[in-house]
Design a protein around this ligand. Structure first.
Ligand code: HEC
Length: 156
């Protein structure tokens, strides 16, 4: 008798869990339908949002004159860490990076390098990019601020 009761309890618990996950899935489905309808007209990679600073450690980076030393270091780092997924002139695994600062603020660019995982979860532009680029997440390469800053300079 004890065994049967235990069995029943297990069945009841697992049924309850199943219902919960089903409910979650349904809501998730609705959300993604809603966002994909919204984006039909605009492609997010070309969408311009220069007032968005993104989410992460960098809040208000303003560029001044181009710093050649930083550009050189940035090019080295970019060639090592970014060319697997990015080209300048065309879409690859990630977006083409030509004209980047015509559509993104410098701080946003820093934050997508330093904090990519949180960005694709919470930043509206990065979330759309994630969808557009087949859910490939730009993984966190543990760049230091100075390394990211040098790459950001090179990308100008
Ligand atoms: C594993 C492949 C991969 C690597 C490596 C990678 N990226 Fe990305 N990147 C992506 C993808 C995919 C996206 C689109 C957003 C997303 O899904 O995370 C993206 C988005 C971006 C964006 C936003 C572009 C836009 O149009 O707004 C920038 C800037 C960027 N990456 C810079 C870099 C830099 C700099 C590096 C090297 C430090 C790098 N990425 C390394 C895949 C990658």
């Amino acid at each position: 008798m004890k065994k049967i009761l235990l069995f029943l309890a297990v069945v009841l618990i697992s049924c309850g869990q199943e219902k919960k996950t089903e409910k979650k899935k349904a809501t998730y489905g609705q959300i993604s339908i809603a966002t994909s309808q919204k984006d039909e007209s605009t492609s997010s990679s070309s969408q311009v949002d220069l007032t968005n600073y993104g989410i992460g450690p960098v809040k208000d980076l303003v560029f001044s004159d181009i710093d050649d030393k930083m550009v050189q270091l940035g090019k080295q780092l970019y060639d090592q860490k970014c060319t697997a997924c990015h080209k300048f002139d065309k879409r690859y695994i990630g977006p083409a990076l030509n004209g980047l600062y015509d559509r993104r603020s410098p701080s946003w660019v820093m934050n997508i390098m330093l904090n990519p995982i949180e960005m694709v979860k919470k930043d509206p532009v990065a979330m759309q990019l994630l969808e557009e680029y087949n859910n490939v997440i730009m993984y966190n390469q543990n760049l230091t601020y100075d390394e990211a800053r040098a790459i950001a300079e090179y990308l100008r």
